[in-house]
Structures are given as structure tokens and as C-alpha cells.
Design a protein around this ligand. Structure first.
Ligand SMILES: *[C@@H]1O[C@H](CO)[C@@H](O)[C@H](O)[C@H]1NC(C)=O
Ligand SMILES: *[C@@H]1O[C@H](CO)[C@@H](O)[C@H](O)[C@H]1NC(C)=O
Ligand SMILES: *[C@@H]1O[C@H](CO)[C@@H](O)[C@H](O)[C@H]1NC(C)=O
Ligand SMILES: *[C@@H]1O[C@H](CO)[C@@H](O)[C@H](O)[C@H]1NC(C)=O
Ligand SMILES: *[C@@H]1O[C@H](CO)[C@@H](O)[C@H](O)[C@H]1NC(C)=O
Ligand SMILES: *[C@@H]1O[C@H](CO)[C@@H](O)[C@H](O)[C@H]1NC(C)=O
Ligand SMILES: *[C@@H]1O[C@H](CO)[C@@H](O)[C@H](O)[C@H]1NC(C)=O
Ligand SMILES: *[C@@H]1O[C@H](CO)[C@@H](O)[C@H](O)[C@H]1NC(C)=O
Ligand SMILES: *[C@@H]1O[C@H](CO)[C@@H](O)[C@H](O)[C@H]1NC(C)=O
Ligand SMILES: *[C@@H]1O[C@H](CO)[C@@H](O)[C@H](O)[C@H]1NC(C)=O
Ligand SMILES: *[C@@H]1O[C@H](CO)[C@@H](O)[C@H](O)[C@H]1NC(C)=O
Length: 690
């Protein structure tokens, strides 16, 4: 019956994604119907995951260009649950309203919108594994496997052959069979942990380490690894433990087997680094290269190619795993200087955010950051979205679409994608923030867990409607908000971080990241005085390059200078009071208590009739209960377990009133539904009507 709890195939344990509607669009035969099955033996047990189906221009490899700014493909996605060789999955139709169970496509939502023509068609299955995390949450996600977590066709995916197919415009059926597996790279090496984080061979100056993280393994309920690529300086001698080196921790995307900076992929730089001499140019003589250890991290994670290197409710204690497990391991294995002044954070873009966040949250561990074109430092501008004040993430009040990616051609800005296009494109690769793409990883890192166990998204991925309450939970990751609100607390960040934050961005940043930098500068200058953070904004520079767009040696010498100045024998030694344990933030216990499963449960409440027992005809009042932001509600009054009126729409936070016309036990039933949530009906307390 329609008012009973609509558990759309909710799996045991209540992990939240409705699951049983696989055949919901079966029989939609007014257009294309792609039937996908799997060859015997390829799935050992019923498997959950996402199928991505691509229609590419005839004769091309569908994977050749899947980028939002340029892809000629029609891309469709659909979740599967319990897929096996005994099942066939139908791809037909497609709708904005069925993204968790049905087909959703880009740039056209429905398969019926694929224009007639000849295509190269291929399907991919990304397999999900169910994880029960230590906070009680249960999610189905992909655990990357040494491949840097691509959004499709990661190692171990099932693939169909590329099939030529002519779309005629009427009803047509195409059968595809998953009969091959995307090969896992034959990675050799001596590291532990199988394919997770890869396995690479050491060279003389480039070393690979990988550890099992106790804290991440405890959170995810399975073995979790993290690794690092370590570039040693010329003349490094493991046995000479008296000669010790500062370390640059270079944050950023999945580095695979490459080193740090351009090393070793840039041969010229690698040669010079290896021999310790900066080559002469026509204007400068050859000179000794600064000697440091360069480290990049390998932390491909569920949700993205890297974890953002901080503690978050959706990815787990990656900050602690890297900083308190991996870095001490590196300090034990290599001749590092084990002091904050000699631990440098740097990176660009994603790595720009990670490097500044690590200094802001861990002044006790790191000395300084050189952060280049960082992801949004301040959510007054999340890229170009005014996240705290806009009502929609895709369109402004005047109806114009918010740009997301731009370039400049001959000085004129050209928009390559809007936030709407990019988010819709992402949604084809995964629902519930599982696309392994940019906006989704921000949802996972900055947001708390939703009641469905997945990231509590800040806006509706289809319509762009912003949920202010979900955005409010992002505050601890709004770095200017965090700094300013801890200015005078026991963390004392105003004086703790002074002189330790260097940021660079260009005014033509391709992702509008200059906006967030300017907000950060404005808000920290307002409390710390002009130049509290050393911010460089270079006119007409796009996204990319070294800090301040410097030549690599120039940059390394700048960093070396900072280290020398802040060493114990330098001109301004880094004082121990600005590296005190009390300055530390992003505490894992607080993060998971505020954003994990127990907090999600505690946020919920059933509807409640506030009036005391009444007589027939007296008005009663009830609240609709507490639900996650974005849950749409329908309510209905019932007496003695039977509805006494039609269902009606109610808003969250509303008070509803009713004048009962008969005796009995009165209740309010409220049904909540939201994309990627199980639809649920909650019943109020019972009020006796006499
Ligand atoms: C599609 O591509 C194949 C191989 O590249 C070619 O033989 C065929 O003629 C093309 N079909 C059309 C309709 O262009
Ligand atoms: C889906 O929504 C978009 C607007 O976001 C609209 O342009 C499009 O026509 C809709 N497609 C379908 C199939 O409903
Ligand atoms: C896919 O291609 C391979 C190699 O050509 C062939 O052996 C196999 O039968 C094809 N699979 C299907 C389902 O057509
Ligand atoms: C299976 O896929 C691999 C790529 O992962 C490819 O090299 C190989 O040719 C495919 N095998 C068949 C039979 O199609
Ligand atoms: C070191 O490498 C640089 C760059 O390749 C080269 O110019 C220089 O001659 C080398 N110096 C020594 C001492 O080998
Ligand atoms: C110095 O070298 C740069 C680039 O290598 C070149 O552009 C410039 O013309 C050279 N200057 C002189 C004076 O040779
Ligand atoms: C809408 O507002 C934006 C930002 O204020 C502005 O850049 C854009 O030109 C406006 N568009 C229209 C159509 O008015
Ligand atoms: C820039 O302008 C020149 C001269 O008008 C033109 O030839 C060139 O194609 C333009 N470049 C781009 C990227 O638009
Ligand atoms: C910090 O404390 C000082 C001294 O009490 C006060 O002047 C200043 O406004 C405070 N700043 C912030 C950001 O709270
Ligand atoms: C560290 O000590 C100096 C000198 O006593 C003082 O000026 C500064 O405020 C202190 N900083 C912090 C973060 O306690
Ligand atoms: C900011 O850093 C640059 C080096 O990048 C330095 O030249 C400049 O003096 C610094 N500004 C302040 C106010 O410290």
C-alpha cells in the first residue's frame, strides 16, 4: 500500500541506495534498447557497480576523448546491483529523475535523444565493493587499484568489444556482452599490498615506499595502503646519518611511478638534480643545486585519485595516515631533518589546497606552504559559485549559467564548460558523488556523510538547487573561515601562521580559482593586516606552472632560502610556540563525530504532534520531523492507522495543522524522498481525540 514504508529494495543494513528497480525502464521500446550481459565466469559473485555506455563517432575509440570540454561522445550511466551472468541489464530511455536506478546521460539525458548516425559503441562496468566503516556507515564504492582511479575503465573493469552500430531513429535493440577485463598493469616491485597504490622499482635516487595504514584500515574495515615517491638529492648517502636534508612534500594528483616536480620525467631537470649542479644559462653561471628530499604521495582513494590529504568524514583519516604514519616512516628510512622548519608543503590546484590545508591544520608538523592556484580556499567563491548566498549552483539570479572552465584566446575569455554541464557530465560516471570527478570529490572532502551514508551533497546534482544547511557543514574546510575563527583560540592561528603561508594564482585561472584566493586574502587581511598571508596574483596567468610562475631552480632556491632563514641558526628561527601541539586542527575524532554515521542518525527526527489530547474539531499542530537537506516531504493524517485525507506536500521545518473530525488515535505520517536516498515514511506519536 502506498503509505507503507517504501523500501525500494533497501539492502539489509540500510545502506541507503534504492536498488531493486533494475527493470524500471524495461519495456521502454520507443527508441534504443541496449541489452548488456556478462560472459560466464567473469563475475564470480553477484556484483554491484556502474555501467557506463558510450556512443562515440564511428571508427573512433570511445575512450579517446571523454572530457567534458571536448568529448564528441554520448555517455550514459546506470547502476547495477547483484549483476551476474544470469542477468541482462537494459539500457533504454533515460530521465533526470531516475539517476540512482535508471539511465542518465550526457550531453543528452535519454538514449532516445542519440541522433541517427553510425557510432562506435562500448560499455564498461566499474565494480563496487561494499564497505562497513568503523563509524557504522556502509557504502558501495570502488577501491582503486594502482591506476589512479579513472572515472571509467579502471583496472579490473569489465568491458565489451567496441561495436559499430547505426542508429536509425526508431526502435532498435543492440546486444553487448562483457567478455573482457581491463588488465591490471603487470606491476613489478617489492612493495606490499598488491595493486593498491601500485608497485614500483626503486632506482638509485628515486625510491618507492608503501605502508599499510592502521588508521585507514580500521576505518574502512579492510587493508588500506598509502605510498610515497621519494627523490633523493645528489650525493645522498644512506649511511651518512649526520648529513640530513629538508623535505619538500609535493601534494597533488596520483603520481604513478613518476617522482616529484618534473623529476624524473623532465630529463634535463633530473640530470641536473642527479649531479647537483644547476646548469649555466646565457645569463647565469652554473651553481650548486639546493639539496633536499622531494616527496609525493600515492593515496588513490575511494572517490578520487587522491584523498585531499586531510581527515574527512567520507574518506577517513587520510591526514593522520599520511602525517602520523607515512611521514614518520619516511623519517625513519631516510636522513631527513625532523623539524617543522625543514618540512615544506607545496603543490598546485588540488595540491595547492592540500598544501595550504596541511600547514593550516598542522602548524605543529610543517613549516610553510608554497601553494599555487589552490582549489577554493574560501567558499564565498567555490570556483565561481557564490556558495553561501546563491540559491542555485548552476544559474545566477539573472538566469545566466555559471561558468566552470575557461580559457583566454587573444585576451578574450572563452567559456569551455558551465557548472551545470560539468556536474551533469560527472553524474553519468557515478551517482551519490561516486564519479571520481572534481565536483564529486569536493562533495566528499568538504561535506559530511548524508543519512544515506554517502556525501551530503551541497546541491541537487541535476537541478543545481543549493541546500544551505548542507553547505553550512562545509565550514571547517573553508580555510579562511577556519583561520579567522581560530585566530585567538588556543590554536592562536593569527600569530601561529603569520609568515608561513605563500599563495600564488593568476587572474586568468582556468577554473576561476583566483576568486577563492582573493576571498581568502580579503578575510585574513581584514584581521591580520595587509600581507598576513603572502599572496601573489599575477595578471593574465592561467592555471599551471611553478609557484609564482618561476623557473624550477628559481623556485627551489626560494624555498631553500625560507628554510635557511627559519632554521635554528637562521635569521628568524621558527619559534617552538608556533609549532606547539595545541595549534593542531582537523582532529579526526571531531571530524567523524560531527560528520559520520552517528551524527547523521542524530540529525533525524520523526514528525511530532505537539498538542495534548483533544476533542473532535479542535485544531492540532504537528512538526514534520527532521530530515536531511533536500529531502522532499509528503504528509498525511491518519486515525487508528487509516489515512483520513489525501497526501499533501509539506516543506521541511513546516508546522502542519488539522482539525480531526472523528475520534481515535491521530497520527501524522510523513514520507521523505531524495535522489540516492531510500524513500522512507515516518510516523508521529499518537494523539487521543475524544
Ligand atoms: C564506420 O567506420 C568503419 C571503419 O572505420 C568504416 O568501414 C565504415 O564505412 C564507417 N561507416 C560509416 C557509415 O561511416
Ligand atoms: C533534463 O533536465 C534538463 C535541465 O537540467 C533539461 O534541459 C532536459 O531536457 C531534461 N531531459 C529530460 C530527458 O528530461
Ligand atoms: C569480442 O572480440 C573478440 C576478438 O575479436 C571475439 O573473440 C569475441 O567473440 C567478441 N565478443 C563478442 C561478444 O562479440
Ligand atoms: C581484452 O582487453 C585488453 C585490454 O584490456 C585488450 O588488449 C585485449 O585485446 C582484449 N581481448 C579481446 C579478446 O578482445
Ligand atoms: C650536470 O648536468 C647538467 C645538466 O644536464 C650539465 O649541464 C652539467 O654539465 C652536469 N655537470 C656535471 C658536473 O656533470
Ligand atoms: C638567452 O637564452 C634565452 C632562452 O634560452 C633566449 O631566449 C635569449 O635570446 C638568450 N639571450 C641571449 C642574449 O643570448
Ligand atoms: C548575469 O550576472 C552575471 C554576474 O553578475 C553577469 O556577468 C552576466 O553578464 C549577467 N547576464 C545577463 C544575461 O544579464
Ligand atoms: C588571435 O588573433 C589572430 C589575429 O587576429 C588570429 O590569427 C588567431 O587565430 C587568433 N588566435 C586565437 C587562438 O583565436
Ligand atoms: C583577537 O584578539 C584581539 C585582542 O583581544 C582583538 O583585538 C581581535 O579583534 C581578535 N581577532 C579576532 C579575529 O578574533
Ligand atoms: C610566541 O611567542 C612570541 C614571543 O613570546 C609571542 O610574541 C607570540 O605571540 C607567541 N605566539 C604564539 C602562537 O603563541
Ligand atoms: C612575499 O613573498 C615574496 C617572495 O615570494 C617576497 O619577495 C615578499 O617580500 C613577501 N612579502 C611580504 C610582505 O612578506
Amino acid at each position: 500500500m502506498f503509505w507503507t514504508i517504501l523500501l525500494l529494495g533497501l539492502a539489509a543494513g540500510g545502506w541507503g541506495i534504492p536498488t531493486s528497480s533494475l527493470s524500471i525502464e524495461h519495456g521502454s521500446h520507443n527508441g534504443l534498447d541496449i541489452e548488456i550481459s556478462v560472459a560466464q565466469g567473469l563475475l564470480k559473485s553477484p556484483t554491484d557497480g556502474r555501467i557506463v555506455l558510450m556512443f562515440a563517432p564511428n571508427g573512433t575509440d570511445p575512450l579517446q576523448d571523454t572530457d567534458v570540454t571536448s568529448s564528441p561522445n554520448y555517455i550514459f550511466g546506470k547502476n547495477v546491483v547483484g549483476f551476474s551472468s544470469r542477468r541482462t541489464i537494459d539500457f533504454a530511455g533515460g530521465s533526470n529523475r531516475s539517476t540512482e536506478t535508471g539511465v542518465y546521460g550526457w550531453p543528452k539525458v535519454s538514449l532516445n535523444e542519440v541522433p541517427p548516425g553510425t557510432y562506435s559503441v562500448q560499455a564498461f562496468l566499474t565494480k563496487y565493493e561494499r564497505a562497513k566503516r568503523s563509524d557504522g556507515s556502509v557504502v558501495s564504492v570502488r577501491f582503486p587499484c594502482g591506476d589512479g582511479a579513472p572515472n571509467v575503465n579502471g583496472f579490473g573493469s569489465l568491458i565489451t568489444n567496441v561495436t559499430g552500430f547505426e542508429v536509425l531513429g526508431g526502435q532498435q535493440t543492440l546486444k553487448l556482452v562483457f567478455d573482457n577485463v581491463t588488465a591490471v598493469d603487470p606491476l613489478s616491485g617489492t612493495e606490499i599490498g598488491g595493486c593498491n597504490q601500485g608497485n614500483y622499482q626503486d632506482t638509485e635516487l628515486l625510491k618507492y615506499v608503501k605502508i599499510r595504514s592502521k588508521q585507514l584500515s580500521a576505518f574502512w574495515g579492510r587493508d588500506m595502503y598509502i605510498g610515497a615517491n621519494i627523490v633523493l638529492p645528489a650525493g645522498y648517502d644512506a649511511k651518512d646519518t649526520a648529513t640530513r636534508y629538508p623535505v619538500i612534500y609535493s601534494q597533488g594528483h596520483w603520481p604513478a611511478d613518476s617522482g616529484a616536480f618534473e623529476y624524473p620525467s623532465d630529463t634535463e631537470f633530473a640530470e641536473a638534480w642527479n649531479n647537483g649542479t644547476i646548469p649555466a644559462t646565457n645569463i647565469t653561471a652554473a651553481r650548486p643545486a639546493p639539496k633536499m628530499i622531494l616527496v609525493t604521495f600515492r593515496h588513490e582513494a575511494p572517490f578520487y585519485d587522491d584523498s585531499y590529504a586531510v581527515n574527512t568524514a567520507n574518506l577517513g583519516p587520510y591526514g593522520d595516515a599520511i602525517n602520523d604514519e607515512l611521514i614518520p616512516h619516511i623519517d625513519r628510512m631516510f636522513n631527513t631533518i625532523r623539524a617543522p622548519y625543514a618540512r615544506i608543503q607545496e603543490g598546485g590546484s588540488t595540491g595547492g589546497w592540500e598544501s595550504i590545508a596541511n600547514v593550516i591544520y598542522r602548524p605543529d608538523l610543517f613549516g610553510v606552504c608554497f601553494s599555487s592556484y589552490p582549489d577554493s580556499l574560501d567558499f564565498h567563491r567555490h570556483q565561481d559559485i557564490e556558495l553561501y548566498t546563491n540559491v542555485n549552483a548552476y544559474q545566477r539570479a539573472n538566469g545566466s549559467f555559471i561558468p566552470s572552465i575557461r580559457t583566454h584566446r587573444n585576451g578574450t575569455e572563452v567559456v569551455l564548460a558551465t557548472t551545470a554541464q560539468e556536474n551533469h557530465w560527472e553524474l553519468t560516471f557515478g551517482t551519490a558523488s561516486r564519479s571520481f570527478n572534481q565536483w564529486d570529490i569536493w562533495n566528499a572532502v568538504f561535506g559530511i556523510q548524508g543519512y544515506n551514508n554517502y556525501p551530503l551533497e551541497p546541491w541537487d546534482k541535476v537541478t543545481g538547487e543549493i541546500y544551505a544547511e548542507a553547505v553550512a557543514y562545509w565550514k571547517p574546510f573553508d580555510l579562511s573561515n577556519y583561520v579567522v575563527s581560530n585566530w585567538n583560540t588556543s590554536r592562536n592561528l593569527g600569530s601561529t601562521l603569520a609568515g608561513r603561508i605563500y599563495i600564488y594564482v593568476g587572474t586568468w585561472d582556468n577554473y576561476y580559482l583566483n576568486e577563492g584566493v582573493q576571498e581568502f586574502q580579503k578575510r585574513t587581511d581584514a584581521v591580520g593586516g595587509a600581507g598576513w598571508a603572502n599572496v601573489t596574483i599575477l595578471p593574465e596567468k592561467p592555471h599551471g606552472g611553478n609557484y609564482q610562475d618561476r623557473d624550477i631552480w628559481d623556485y627551489l632556491e626560494l624555498v631553500d632560502g625560507w628554510i635557511k632563514d627559519h632554521a635554528p641558526d637562521g635569521v628568524s628561527p621558527l619559534s617552538s610556540n608556533v609549532t606547539a601541539p595545541s595549534t593542531r586542527g582537523n582532529n579526526w575524532k571531531e571530524v567523524i563525530e560531527r560528520g559520520g554515521r552517528q551524527a547523521a542518525i542524530a540529525r533525524q527526527a520523526p514528525p511530532e504532534i505537539q498538542s495534548k489530547d483533544v476533542r473532535v474539531g479542535t485544531e492540532v499542530q504537528a512538526s514534520v520531523g527532521r530530515w536531511d537537506p533536500g529531502v522532499a516531504l509528503k504528509a498525511q493524517w491518519a486515525i487508528n492507522g487509516r489515512p483520513t485525507c489525501q497526501e499533501f506536500n509539506v516543506k521541511q521545518g513546516a508546522t502542519v495543522t488539522y482539525k480531526p473530525r472523528g475520534r481515535g488515535k491521530l497520527q501524522l505520517w510523513v514520507t521523505g524522498s531524495k535522489r540516492n536516498y531510500a524513500t522512507e515514511t515516518r510516523q508521529s506519536n499518537k494523539l487521543v481525540v475524544q
